[in-house]
Design a protein around this ligand. Structure first.
Ligand code: PMP
Length: 368
């Protein structure tokens, strides 16, 4: 085997031969592969962000507010309205995307000699977060149709006694949300091993009506953490702002591991401006949910099997050759996600026109 310049570096042994995480970034007409909001940021929100960032620019000679107090207050207010749980600023933590927030949690509560558990197929970064903090990773299992029951989740936590367990609800890539019974069973089992329980609600705003958020469970559960992001519902993936809600002592603990001034003044200003327009931005969430439900309705008519979705994407099976279908769509300018599960693909719900193009291209592929 020929040696590359990378192979000649004194890399950590577990990084040798590894590939960096990342979905293709291709410039095609319909980019439906990473669950972004495909609507552009509305013009009045663009103006508000530009104004706040301009004001922040005048202060860039100084370090930003290390405690991001204004932002935390706005996030607490937003989450309280969104979920119905009464949250205060001291319960909020934020980072550059929920990826960084997760890293902070694992730096504080996992680390060398400790373990992190999640339930594949799920967000494929979880094992990589674990690797990054020198923790071992435990892959739990799911039942039929990738389902999770309270009994099964609790039994697996009791068996493995991980230091941190991550539940993803709605789950990426399958799209389905967990009932609070599953979260409660996981939490109860986790108490026996002093395990921290994370519920990753990156797609929380897209949940079906009547599905409550795990944020409503925080009260009285000091080892529960719920993570969220502005990358999806707020159409702010490029702004890089993820956050969490938990007991105030958890957010205190995260100060021990964050790098000083980790949230730039520009990031804080942009996120605050977007939060001031939350109501306007959530109008697109409703439109996206409409297209998601349209995909859920139409795929069965093509003989395909979508999974129930509480997210801004749909995971579906029933394809003979998923990669061939993916390539056909790409040739038509539509990029969706092959998550490596045989016969299955995942598509982001975009605008009405993008959804129409996706459905037409898929129909043509199946009727070819
Ligand atoms: N959690 C889940 C389940 C995700 O799908 C993603 C992004 N695809 C993230 C977390 C990270 O998002 P971000 O860092 O942009 O907040």
């Amino acid at each position: 085997m020929t040696q590359t310049p990378l192979d000649r570096l004194p890399l950590r042994p577990e990084l040798k031969g590894q590939q960096p995480y990342g979905a293709p970034q291709l410039n095609v007409p319909a980019m439906l592969n990473v669950n972004e909001t495909t609507y552009p940021v509305p013009a009045d929100v663009v103006d508000a962000i530009a104004k706040e960032v301009r004001a922040a620019a005048e202060t860039l000679n100084r370090y930003p507010d290390r405690e991001f107090t204004v932002l935390r207050t706005k996030l607490a207010e937003y989450l309280s309205v969104e979920s119905g749980a009464a949250l205060i600023a001291e319960q909020i933590w934020a980072g550059n995307g929920s990826n960084e927030v997760m890293q902070h949690i694992l730096q504080a509560f996992a680390g060398p000699g400790r373990s992190v558990m999640s339930f594949p197929p799920t967000y494929s970064m979880y094992p990589l977060y674990a690797r990054g903090v020198y923790s071992s990773y435990i892959a739990g299992t799911r039942g039929p149709g990738f389902s999770q029951t309270p009994q099964d989740v609790a039994a697996q936590i009791r068996q493995h006694r991980p230091h941190v367990v991550i539940l993803c609800s709605p789950n990426n890539p399958t799209g389905t949300a967990l009932s609070l019974e599953v979260v409660e069973a996981a939490y109860q089992a986790a108490q026996e091993s002093e395990t921290m329980v994370i519920v990753d609600e990156a797609y929380g705003e897209f949940r079906q009506p009547g599905t409550p958020s795990a944020l409503t469970m925080l009260e009285g559960r000091p080892r529960l953490i719920v993570t969220r992001t502005m990358s999806k519902a707020f159409a702010l993936a490029g702004g890089r702002l993820g956050y969490l809600a938990a007991a105030p002592e958890v957010t205190d603990a995260l100060r021990l591991v964050r790098l000083p001034y980790h949230l730039s003044a520009v990031t804080q200003a942009a996120a605050c401006a977007a939060l001031d327009h939350a109501e306007h931005l959530m109008a697109n969430v409703e439109r996206i949910k409409g297209q998601r439900d349209r995909i859920l309705n139409e795929l069965p008519q093509m003989g395909l099997t979508p999974y129930p979705s509480d997210a801004n994407f749909v995971f579906f099976g029933g394809l003979e050759d998923a990669h061939q279908a993916w390539q056909h769509l790409l040739d038509d300018g539509i990029l969706i996600r092959d998550v490596g599960i045989e016969g299955h693909l995942r598509v982001t719900a975009g605008t009405e026109a993008e959804t129409t193009d996706f459905l037409n291209s898929l129909r043509n592929y199946l009727n070819r």
